[in-house]
Design a protein around this ligand. Structure first.
Ligand code: NDP
Ligand code: 2IT
Length: 447
């Protein structure tokens, strides 16, 4: 709960100015609560208007995306790009294509991105975009025409030194290819304007793996600091997309046994350990459903409904699907079953009540901004390689990613301790991410 009078008033203001956007309110509320001890020590962040500015996007771009489906019918979707904060670098953040997308979702994601990107230690500001377009069930031709139309408008607002989008839910290598191709054609320039590109046209090795691997490097650092490791741990991972697949790969490599994965329809439980090759074949090759896993592995179980995955007994839970996927009830079920570690691969997957439940129970909790920052950090490494017109090996990128994640863990842990909240990585990540952005904003004066 926020107790500081100024911060309370600011929160009320945010709610009034952004009505009907509960996810954005949730993201802001958590950050403001974490900043209470910071504004006591640094009142200038209030007096000079830094806090009032940081909750207001620098720019919101909202546009029509017309395209023609395979039946020749005109379809209209909505596109968004929120350029939230450029204090420490060009706007940077993914694009999400999902029917649930509206301004409030992009705003919450863009806000989170400011602090996450700062935590990476690399010079990237915060932004996010997307559309309510649903790629599921669409042909490659439909996805291409949609992406080309989306980029026809977006190209006016982005650039390698201005705003560099990437993937998120529903936007992977295929979509980035169509988007990059259209940008190149419209601008007649070959620059690092998008990240997550294919390896033949400027992509970075290890970007595909980076969010999932980074999540496990962070989790490993957090466990090591408490004398523990992935070895012999039972792990549950929600989702079966980009983040979930590579979290499964690295958690397994570090000695964990992943027993469950999911999609928005249901989850599979394989007590022998998930066979990731099967999941990759279903999801990356065929764009199928996770329930097809039991056709190949009849000894595994499939259950309809995605929240049931949190009732499986595990030591480590890695939510890697979407926002608010762990409710208070799911958190209580995890705690009752003895979960020791929860680290967020998705953005804001735990509700505030769920986080409270984990913290009260003494669960090691790695918040999204810190734990899933490996994806965007490696995107920034892709930007560096593009600028240098050079590319690093997989091992070089992976080693940098590993060091970045270990640093993020220690910076968040140290900030929590410095401000009297030892062990609270939610507060630590918010504070450590905030300080660099806020000091830069102070340096610029009112602007
Ligand atoms: P993908 O589209 O590759 O996969 C998303 C996965 O989550 C799918 O299994 C999908 O199931 C499931 N999912 C999506 N929406 C819902 C929903 N409303 N309810 C239940 N399940 C859902 O996306 P990513 O793996 O890239 O992203 C996953 C999460 O990680 C997101 O929160 C994203 O913001 C975050 N993230 C991603 C990064 C990246 O580099 N890609 C970096 C940092 C964070 P289905 O197929 O049924 O829709
Ligand atoms: O939420 C995220 O950090 C991402 N979707 C990745 C953003 C990026 O620019 O790589």
């Amino acid at each position: 709960m926020i107790t500081n009078e100024y911060l309370k008033g600011l929160m009320e203001d945010v709610k009034k100015r952004n009505p009907g956007e509960p996810e954005f309110h949730q993201a802001v509320s958590e950050v403001l609560e974490s900043l209470e001890p910071v504004v006591e020590k640094y009142p200038e962040f209030i007096e000079k208007g830094v806090l009032a500015s940081i909750v207001e996007p620098e720019r919101i771009i909202k546009f029509r995306v017309p395209w023609v489906d395979d039946a020749g019918k005109v379809q209209i979707n909505r596109g968004f790009r929120i350029q939230f904060n450029s204090a420490i670098g060009p706007y940077k953040g993914g694009l999400r294509f999902h029917p649930s997308v509206y301004e409030g979702i992009i705003k919450f994601l863009g806000f989170e991105q400011i602090f996450k990107n700062s935590l990476t230690g690399l010079p990237i500001g915060g932004g996010k975009g997307g559309s309510d377009f649903d790629p599921k069930g669409k042909s490659d031709g439909e996805v291409m025409r949609f992406c080309q139309s989306f980029m026809t408008e977006l190209a006016k607002h982005i650039g390698a030194d201005t705003d560099v989008p990437a993937g998120d839910i529903g936007v992977g290598a295929r979509e980035i290819g169509y988007l990059f191709g259209q940008y190149k054609r419209l601008r007649n320039e070959f620059t690092g304007v998008l990240t997550g590109k294919g390896l033949t046209y400027g992509g970075s090795l290890a970007r595909k793996e980076a969010t999932g691997y980074g999540l496990c490097y962070f989790t490993d650092a957090m466990m090591k600091d408490h004398g523990d490791s992935f070895k012999g741990k039972t792990v549950v991972i929600s989702g079966s997309g980009n983040v979930a697949i590579y979290a499964c790969e690295k958690a397994t490599a570090l000695g964990g046994k992943v027993v469950a994965m999911s999609d928005s329809n249901g989850y599979v439980y394989d007590k022998n350990g998930i066979d990731l090759a099967t999941v990759k074949e279903i999801k990356e090759v065929r764009r199928g459903r996770i329930k097809e896993y039991v056709i190949v592995h009849p000894e595994a179980e499939y259950h309809e409904g995605c929240s049931g995955i949190w009732t499986i007994k595990c030591d480590v839970a890695l939510p890697c699907a979407t926002q608010n996927e762990i409710s208070e009830e799911s958190a209580k079920a995890l705690v009752k079953n003895g979960v020791k570690v929860v680290a967020e691969g998705a953005n804001m997957p735990s509700t505030p009540e769920a986080i409270h439940t984990f913290q009260k129970a003494g669960v090691l909790f790695g918040p999204a901004k810190a734990a899933n920052a490996g994806g965007v950090a490696t995107s920034a490494l892709e930007m560096s390689q593009n600028s240098m017109r050079y590319s690093w090996t997989f091992e070089e990128v992976d080693a940098k990613l590993h060091d970045i994640m270990v640093n993020i863990y220690h910076n968040a842990a140290n900030a929590a301790e410095e401000f009297g909240m030892k062990g609270n990585l939610v507060a630590g990540a918010n504070i450590a991410g905030f300080m660099k952005v806020a000091k830069s904003m102070l340096a610029y004066g009112v602007c």
